[in-house]
Design a protein around this ligand. Sequence first.
Ligand code: ADP
Length: 404
Amino acid sequence: MKILVLNAGSSSQKSCLYELNDTLPDRPPQPLWEAKIDWTQREGAGELQVKTAAGHTLEEDFTSDSRAGAIAQMLETLWHGETQVINSLNEIDIVGHRVVHGGRKYQQSTLISPEVKQEIARLSEFAPIHNPINLEGIETIEKILGNVPQVAVFDTAFHAQLPPAAFVYPGPYEWLENGIRRYGFHGISHQYCARRAAEILNRDFADLRLISCHLGNGCSLAAVRGGRSVDTTMGFTPLDGLMMGSRSGAIDPGIIIHLLRRSDCSPEKLDNILNRNSGLKGISGVSSDMRLVAEAIKDGNDRAQLALDIYVHRLRAGIGAMLASLGGLDALIFTAGVGENSAVVRAAVCEVFGFIGLKLDGEKNLNSPVDDDVAAVDSAVRVLVVHTQEDWEIARECWDISRR
Ligand code: ADP
């Protein structure tokens, strides 16, 4: 069967096409076709990159200014030109979408119906950047592919069984009744990495206590026990928890009250400060990109050094909290851009956990191996670097649903 995956970000649109047969492969297969639209490079225009398993590539600037038009143009490269991998759209059996917010209702991946679409739209109130573009992707596919089955794979679902003590905010009880609670995000990545960790360790997923550190532009931790998330750092929105590229993570809510009392501070201004001008970018004044912050540190930039120090301090504190929720730890997992590539961050984080018997193999860690264990042989806790594969996880969910 052919499974098309759509993964929409605020300034990018990724997509890929997998071909699977009756048995699910042990390792993610290479997609037949992969495409990405990037809207960050030039103001008001996009860049399309396509590659196929057969080695054909395409790179072109983009003319369409609507996301729906861009998706349609991107999908055309599936059956037209150098990157063609199918003869007709009818060959696509099922389409999977990453949907950021599934609220309280969707605790697992769900076949999309008019009712599901309505609920995704309603939840836009909680995820105003992401849910509308996820819905747009679903509706664009309806227009192009008609009645093909579509599946919503929710970023919140892996956290759906958090215990109440972990998901209820200690505000007034009405908050909870109005849906103001911790939901947690990055669930598709945490789920993939936790399962991959069990494979690498050759252990039963259900028996492991894991902490998954997803450190990309957005950053979050998940404490995983019995194959489910039991605690996580992102909350009601993806702004809670760790310090991130341009997001603050958790701060004293009193700061918000203080700023809102100043007449020149509107909610929009605060949103802009906390989501786009804080974190590594806000402190360093250099960039939200960890590579550029690291270069500035080498050039002696003190604010860049402070940004890294806070990042690591908060990561250690977050891991400490997850550790307490788990009551022990079999493996610490690092994933996403920073987690997979920054030996410096991994080493700085691990350094303080010697007291639980965690010991890195310094040399191995420096090489940032993919899907491997970088703990010393005699470490009591394994430390894994896992390449996250959200698109594959979405394809797997579609495969599962198609067989129910
Ligand atoms: P997203 O959350 O948008 O999917 P990524 O997972 O690609 O993002 O992570 C982006 C982050 O990864 C950026 O901060 C980038 O600097 C960082 N990163 C990528 N490669 C490296 C590297 N070699 N060393 C340190 N950080 C890196």
